[in-house]
Every structure is written in structure tokens, then in C-alpha cells.
Ligand binder design. Sequence first.
Ligand SMILES: Nc1ncnc2c1ncn2[C@@H]1O[C@H](COP(=O)(O)OP(=O)(O)OP(=O)(O)O)[C@@H](O)[C@H]1O
Ligand SMILES: [Mg+2]
Length: 249
Amino acid sequence: MTHPAAASQPATPPALQAIGISKAFLSGKLHTQVLEDFSLRIEAGELTLISGPSGCGKSTLLAILSGLQKVDGGRVLALGSELGQLDLRALERFRLQHTGFVFQGFNLFPALSAFEQVELPLNHMGLSRDEARARARRSLEEVGMAPRMKLRPSELSGGEKQRVAIARALAKEPELLFADEPTSALDAANGQMIIDILHRIAHTHGTTVLCVSHDPRVVVHADRVLAMEDGRILSDRRTHVPTNDSKVT
Ligand SMILES: Nc1ncnc2c1ncn2[C@@H]1O[C@H](COP(=O)(O)OP(=O)(O)OP(=O)(O)O)[C@@H](O)[C@H]1O
Ligand SMILES: [Mg+2]
């Protein structure tokens, strides 16, 4: 790596890196420049929180760093791979093998049981049926959803649905986990449970967790908090993380 911006950085390679990226949207005559010459490093094995006002570009940034959206300019490195150089197939494979995504609206299939939701992507990854089933069960256990794994989304509460969505992401054993406002549809207790799970995933599995949230409780559990405004990082601070890694039961 010879990029001048990298010269003064720590020796450990970042899990994610944006180097001078730009991104704009054109809707009819409306041109929105969301990011311009934007650079960021996300360190491995940490829970990083991004917060900021509506429309400042948080979801766009998450979509770019996870390979869901392309940039207009600049480079995106994820686990050392330059995403812009991967063709569509390779990008899909990268996302399947290395990334998990948790959304505000859960994105579960109405017809599938909790267990099937978690198992499905594992089959696509080419795992054997036995391995897929064992992993699905382990992940659901980890988020405290094993007793309800036969239920469909319509039979689950919001917090339970989000725990299934996290189990689905976790079962892939991804190095990178992205969460876009994962607690905003949940009440206080369920929101707290989701945050505890995300924190534990980063700290016990060594997963890099990048979470967009306005939830002040996430701030307390994050290793690093980035405040974003108008497509720029306004502040970047490290926090002291309480060591509350108790398992959800
Ligand atoms: N597909 C799109 N087409 C046109 N404009 C878009 C598109 N996606 C995002 N934008 C615009 O880009 C800007 C940033 O959107 P983004 O969703 O990243 O914001 P955000 O910070 O996640 O906001 P929120 O907190 O409300 O979720 C907004 O002005 C939005 O209207
Ligand atoms: Mg958003």
C-alpha cells in the first residue's frame, strides 16, 4: 500500500477503507452530491457507530462499503479487496461469503420459519445441509431464539424478528457486519438486547461491526463513534466500552 494517506496509519490493515470516494444521485433534474472526496478507515474487530442527521449520507456510505452500491469516483477496499475491480459475480460472492447486513425493517421472508430464514443463505454459500443446519441452530441459540425457531415472522415480536435477522447474518460467520438503524423500530428493552448482541459479536467473534444509529445506547457500547453531517465526518472519537458480554437467554 503506497497511498500517501496510509503512510501515517497503524500497521494493522483496516477491515474497510474508503479513499477519496464520491457519490451523487440524479433523480430527474435533482442532483444530490452525497459524498465528495470522502475517506475513512474502519478497524477490524470493533463496533463502530455512525450517527448524524437524516439525509447526511449514512445509509449510502453503508451501502457503498458493503458493496451494495457503486461509487462515482475513488476506491473502496474491503478486507483488502478493491470492490470497484470485482465484476458483478465476484462482488456477489464477496458479499455472500464475507458480509452480513441487518436492516431497520428486518427484511425477513413472510413464509419462512425463523430457522429457514437463517438456513437459506447458508445453502447458497455451498455449505453441506448438516453444516448449514448446525450453524443455523447455533446462531439462533446465540441470540436466544432457539425456542422460537419454528415460528414465522407474523408470529414474532419486533425484537424477536430483529434477533432472527441478526442470527441470519451471524450464521454466515462474516468478517464484516453492517447494521442500518437496527434498533429504531424497537422499544427500549428490545433495542438494548440488539445492541448487546452486536457488541458481543464484535468482541467475541472478532467481527467488524459498522452500525448506523441515532440510539444513544449504542454510543455507550461502541468502540468508536463517528458523527456525520453533509457527507463529512465531523467528529471521530473512541469510547470506553463496558465489559458486559453476558449471553442472551
Ligand atoms: N437511490 C437514490 N436516488 C436519489 N437520491 C438518493 C438515493 N439514495 C439516497 N439519495 C439521497 O441521498 C441523500 C443521502 O441519503 P441517505 O439515505 O444516505 O441518508 P441517511 O443519512 O441514511 O438518512 P436517514 O437518517 O434519514 O436514513 C439524501 O438526500 C437522499 O435523498
Ligand atoms: Mg439511512
